[in-house]
Design a protein around this ligand. Structure first.
Ligand SMILES: NC(=O)c1ccc[n+]([C@@H]2O[C@H](COP(=O)([O-])OP(=O)(O)OC[C@H]3O[C@@H](n4cnc5c(N)ncnc54)[C@H](OP(=O)(O)O)[C@@H]3O)[C@@H](O)[C@H]2O)c1
Length: 315
């Protein structure tokens, strides 16, 4: 099969497509022929060894000291079942499925082998592009807003980075939960985030969000624009600060009103998000999609830090 390999840390150009052996599905695993895979901010961080402050050492220990331990990156995919391993029941060849691969990655390829328990069916009417697009930002937004923020009806929610993969989901999920959403994006993306359910947009190119006079029940920062102190100043009494892109110091100190850390990859969250996409209540925002051969261009787009929603490759 063909796969995008990242054999050293560096710029987008280090990703190159080559022929590699197709993985065999092991016991309990399913081999998926990938139709669409997301190229996420997470993939770009690993490819470039560009981690939030303080995470360089732990991240290199996890992902590879001098070069990526797993040379095929990509943590999110949608495709069809090509083969099943021993002990897998109830998943038919040809079924449409999507999922996340965690630390094993491997989705930037024509095929990926994944534990069956991590797969979620893609219903008819949901495209592989939408399924692959929704999971990274959707699972993150869902986890932080619901489990860490307790977002519910009537709450005021500030989403910083509202036009990104996490932000486009956060705006919609908070709005769907009955919250009043204030979005922070550039003016160019203001119509987009209003269309997703924001009641108001603050243009970060003209206003300094840390100097807002207002207070919010939940502040979600997907950009790293806030310190703990500047974030706390934006909170109403009893409010919660969700630092999605926290550095190590913030992660270690986060407690009480402040939440950081990783969102996890729960199949039940994925199924809920896919269900919302199928029902038309969650829109997947796409920035660009590239053939696998052009993965370097996909990474270059992600590296701008300006993508709206999702960048995909279509192996
Ligand atoms: N904790 C976790 O488990 C977890 C999970 C997933 C992701 N993350 C992290 O979350 C972060 C966001 O991920 P993502 O995939 O959403 O990123 P992304 O899609 O690359 O975000 C791009 C967006 O950020 C916006 N942006 C850039 N600077 C901004 C600013 N100063 N104020 C407001 N918006 C700004 C841009 O909007 P404009 O062009 O309009 O400025 C662009 O639309 C990444 O650091 C990622 O590593 C953490």
């Amino acid at each position: 099969m063909r796969a995008a390999l990242v054999e050293r840390y560096g710029g987008p150009e280090v990703a190159r497509v080559a022929e590699v052996p197709t993985p065999e599905p092991g016991p309990g695993q399913v081999l998926v022929r990938v139709h669409a895979a997301a190229v996420t901010a997470g993939d770009a961080r690993i490819r470039a060894a560009r981690f939030p402050r303080g995470f360089a050492l732990p991240a290199r220990l996890a992902f590879g000291i001098t070069r990526p331990r797993r040379r095929i990156l990509g943590g999110v995919f949608s495709g069809v079942v090509a083969a099943v391993g021993e002990g897998v029941a109830g998943i038919a060849d040809g079924a449409a499925v999507c999922g996340m691969t965690g630390m094993r990655m491997g989705a930037h390829a024509e095929c990926v082998a994944v534990p069956a328990a991590r797969l979620v069916p893609v219903p008819e009417g949901v495209s592989h592009e939408d399924a692959a697009g929704v999971l990274f930002g959707g699972t993150t937004a869902l986890h932080f807003l619901r489990r860490r923020g307790g977002v519910g009806p009537g709450m005021s929610v500030l989403v910083i980075g509202a036009s990104g993969a996490v932000g486009t989901n956060a705006v919609q999920l908070a709005h769907a939960a009955g919250a009043v959403v204030t979005a922070v994006s550039s003016g160019a993306n203001s119509a987009l985030v209003m269309g997703l359910g924001a009641g108001r947009v603050i243009d970060h190119t003209v206003a300094d969000v840390t100097r807002l006079g207002e207070r919010f029940d939940v502040v979600m920062d997907t950009v790293g624009a806030l310190t703990m102190a500047s974030g706390r100043r934006l909170l109403a009494p009893g409010g919660r600060l969700l630092l999605v892109a926290a550095d190590l110091g913030q992660t270690v100190r986060a407690r009480g009103a402040v939440a950081a850390g990783t969102s996890g990859e729960r199949p039940e969250d994925m199924a809920e998000l896919i269900g919302m996409v199928a029902a038309g209540t969650l829109r997947v925002v796409h920035d660009a999609a590239f053939p696998l051969d052009r993965i370097a261009e996909a990474y270059a787009r992600v590296d701008t830090g300006r993508k709206t929603g999702n960048v995909l490759v279509r192996p």
